[in-house]
Structure formats: C-alpha cells, structure tokens
Write a protein that binds this ligand. Structure first.
Ligand code: PMP
Length: 452
C-alpha cells in the first residue's frame, strides 16, 4: 500500500497551494524516507534523485512532500514547469482531452491537437520563413530526429557538437553530449561521425565571440571538412554544461559559416526554449535564425512532448514513414502544449522571466561582491547560475557547489547543480513563483553559502 493512500488526502496542486516554505520534519521526513526505501528496492540504481522527498503536490513556486513539508522550487523539474506546476489551463486541457481519447497514434489516424502544436511551433519559433514541425516524446528523441532530417537533407553524415554540450541519454545523443560522468561513462560504443568543437566560454577562455567562432570553424574545416558535415548542433546557452552564455558574435558567426557551407544549423532549445531566457527562444537574444530547432521541457507544462521545427524544405527531406513513433505527439500532451503555448503568450511570460531574472542576478551579484568564491553570475532571463571557484582563481570548486545545494535542500529550497566541472548552481524557478518566495529562497542560498 502506498504511503499516500494511508495519509490524509494529498493537497491539491497548482495555484491553490499555500505559497510558503514550511518544514514540519527534517528532509527527508519519515514518509518520504519510507518511499525512498521502496525506491531503492524497486527502481534501478542508475535512476538517481537530487531532492530526497516524495512529491504529492506542486504549484506556484512550491513542491509539497509526503510529510507535509512545502519546499520552494527553484528548479522547475529541470526547466519544465516554466508556466507553473499544474497550471489550471494545462490541467483543464489534459482532463478534457483524456476524457475524449488518449491515443490513436498520429501515424494511424491524425488529430487536431498535434497539428495545432505544429502550427504554433511554426509560428513562435524564430524566423519568418516557411516552417514545418514533427513531434516526439522527449528531448533526446527530438535531437535524434533533427540529426536524421539534417543528414537526409544534405546527404552528408558528420555532425558537430560543442564542448560542454548536453543533448540527451540515447546512443546518438550521448555521443553528442560532452560530459562523461554521469551521462556516458561505460555506456559506449557511441554513434559515429560525431565531432566536438570548442565553445565560447568567456569566463574561462577570455576570447571574443569572433575569436571563439574562428577556433570552432577552423576545427570544422580542418578536422571534419564542410563537404562532410550535415549539421552543427548547439544549445544557444549551454544548460547542463553550466549555463554558459557565449560571447557576443559567436553564434552569428557559426550560423553564417553553416549557411555559406550548406550545413544545417540546429539550435537545441530544449532547456532554453519557451520564455525561460526572457525571450520565447534564446536564439532571438543572439540575433540568429536556426535552420532547425529542437524543443521539449517547457512546451507542455509538464507533459512529455518534444518537437523539431524548421525550414519546410529541410523538414520535408525525410521520406513518408521515415519519422514518427507510436506515442510521438500524444493527444493529451498536445492538448497540454496548446494550452501552455497560449499561456506563454497571453501571460507574457517572457516579460515575467526577465523580471525573475533581474531578481536572481541582483541578489546573486550582491553575494558575489562579498564572496570571491562565486567566480561568475551569468544567464539570461530566469535561467541564471553562479559558478563556484577557489577564491581568487578560476579553479572549479565542485565541493562548495554541492555543499551549498545540499544545505539549501535541507532548508526546504530546491536548487540544482550543473556544469562540466559540477561547480555551478543553476536557478530555474517556475515563472509562477511569487517574488517574496523567490527572495526567501535566495535568503536561504545566501545563508547556505555563508555556512560553508
Ligand atoms: N537537450 C538539452 C539542451 C537538454 O537540456 C536536455 C535535457 N536536460 C535534453 C536535450 C534531453 O531531453 P530529455 O531529457 O527530454 O530527453
């Protein structure tokens, strides 16, 4: 029997939840601990967790656990519930669609909501050229398909990804992903014809955007050869790699080179997309128009859905039956996405992301001014990070980032770490978080830093 069944009814999620940090037990409390014990027995060890509580409800800016603790959410389930957990419009759309039908398989008998999501993606992604979309279940699957489409379109095989890049955990996307532990170690051999180019990482390389682009382009020309290169894939702001914002001019120079050489430029906006960075897509912030763009995470308010959107002539390169999958573009997920995309626009969540970002950057910059162990505060919109270093150097301090994150979680604030060197704490709050709660969360971060 599950713990939840034996307890009093779980609180309703969504905006009805009290917006407060409330600790009634240690983290984890006894009910969460019991569930964690069951998890340890039943769930494969490779599926780890960061926050040792079992969620029973979430909404606004909080996650409530099985013991009645209410934690401030500064992670959004890794940039997914950007519009807020259990957003009422998403809940209503899911309920209505689930009562109509839950599946037909779009490849068997199509339905309206899939087409509506494709139309919305074609409209809201950067560029006013003719676009088409295809839908999938996860970010990794979208990336796989973007590469398939680019290869079919160009008749070439090689793909270039970047240092610090993260693109997923399937075989091809592991190959595209830079970091070995925990994503790749022991899971090879990996897909072939994947090459890695150096990124622009201003805090660490001190290069201008033009210099960093020239370095990457040289590798592509000399080690791969433009004639062999189907696609370049890059996150406009590296997510798992450490919220790395490239220097001005880097991305446009890479895009220009791709265009001049018939290489498909794929922006992986799975983490940066849907208002997270203060624009609907981060590509807009850098003035670039990708040929293809991959989306997932924020697209459907928490339902599993992903997309590839791009130039119609590239998207149409794959033969009939070459793209798809049993569940891709599931009707319940599509209904959620239609509602979520409407909310992003109607609630002007890009503006809200900028306001949240202003709070994050000003509070974290104030901490950095007093503490040289914060090497850099960076990001765009509500995608902001602090990189921890040994004071006065750029030497990564992963132990400090981990200690601060653990201390925050123990005090009821969910924060996530990231970075190639595991020395970055990233802040990705749901945009539905009240300002006061965000400030309280950052007070806890400040105290955790001071104590470590
Ligand atoms: N690309 C990027 C940029 C991501 O951040 C992620 C997920 N963290 C993925 C791809 C993979 O997405 P998923 O976990 O849905 O497969």
């Amino acid at each position: 029997m599950s713990i939840v069944e034996t307890s009093v009814a779980a609180p309703l999620g969504g905006p009805t939840l009290p917006q407060e940090r409330r600790l009634v037990t240690a983290i984890p409390g006894p009910r969460s601990q019991e569930l964690l014990d069951r998890k340890a027995v039943a769930v494969a060890a490779g599926v780890a967790h960061t926050v040792p509580v079992h969620a029973v409800a979430a909404g606004g800016g909080v996650v409530v656990d099985a013991d009645g603790n209410s934690l401030i959410d500064l992670g959004s389930g890794i940039a997914v519930v950007t519009i807020g957990n259990a957003h009422p419009a998403v809940v209503a759309a899911v309920q209505a669609q689930a009562a109509q039908f839950t599946h037909t398989c779009f490849m068997i008998s199509p339905y309206d909501s899939y087409v509506a999501v494709a139309e919305a993606l074609n409209r809201v992604t950067p560029g006013d050229h003719a676009k088409k979309s295809a839908l999938f279940n996860s970010g990794a699957e979208a990336v796989e398909n973007a590469v398939k489409i680019a290869r079919k379109h160009t008749g070439r095989q090689a793909v270039v990804a970047f240092d610090h890049g993260y693109h997923g955990r399937t075989n091809l996307t592991m190959a595209l992903t830079a970091k070995s532990m925990p994503y790749k170690s022991g899971f090879g051999p990996f897909a072939g014809e994947v090459y890695r180019a150096p990124l622009s990482y201003p805090f660490r390389d001190g290069l201008t955007g033009a210099e960093a682009a020239a370095r990457a382009i040289s590798l592509m020309e000399k080690q791969v050869g433009a004639d062999n290169l189907a696609a370049v894939i890059i996150e406009p702001i590296q997510g798992e790699g450490g919220f790395i914002v490239p220097a001005d001019g880097f991305l446009p120079a890479v895009v220009d080179w791709c265009r001049a050489n018939g290489v498909v430029f794929i922006a992986d906006e799975i983490q940066t997309g849907f208002a997270r960075t203060g624009a609907m897509f981060a590509s807009e912030l850098f003035g670039i128009v990708p040929d293809l763009i991959t989306t997932a995470k924020g697209i459907a308010g928490g339902l599993p859905l992903a997309g590839v959107t791009g130039r119609a002539e590239i998207m149409d390169a794959a033969h009939a039956g070459g793209l798809g999958g049993t569940y891709g573009g599931n009707p319940v997920a599509c209904a959620a996405a239609v509602a979520a995309i409407e909310a992003f626009e109607a609630e002007d969540l890009s503006a809200r992301a900028r306001a949240v970002g202003d709070i994050l950057v000003s509070r974290l910059s104030a901490l950095r001014a007093q503490d040289a162990r914060i090497g850099e505060v960076r990001g765009r919109g509500a995608m902001v990070a602090a990189e921890f270093v040994v004071a006065g150097t750029t030497e990564p301090d992963a132990a400090l980032a981990s200690a601060v994150a653990k201390a925050c979680i123990a005090e009821g604030v969910i924060v996530l770490t990231c970075g190639t060197y595991s020395n970055v704490i990233r802040f990705l709050p749901p945009l539905s978080i009240p300002d006061a709660l965000l400030h309280e969360g950052l007070d806890v971060v400040a105290a955790a830093l001071a104590a470590n």
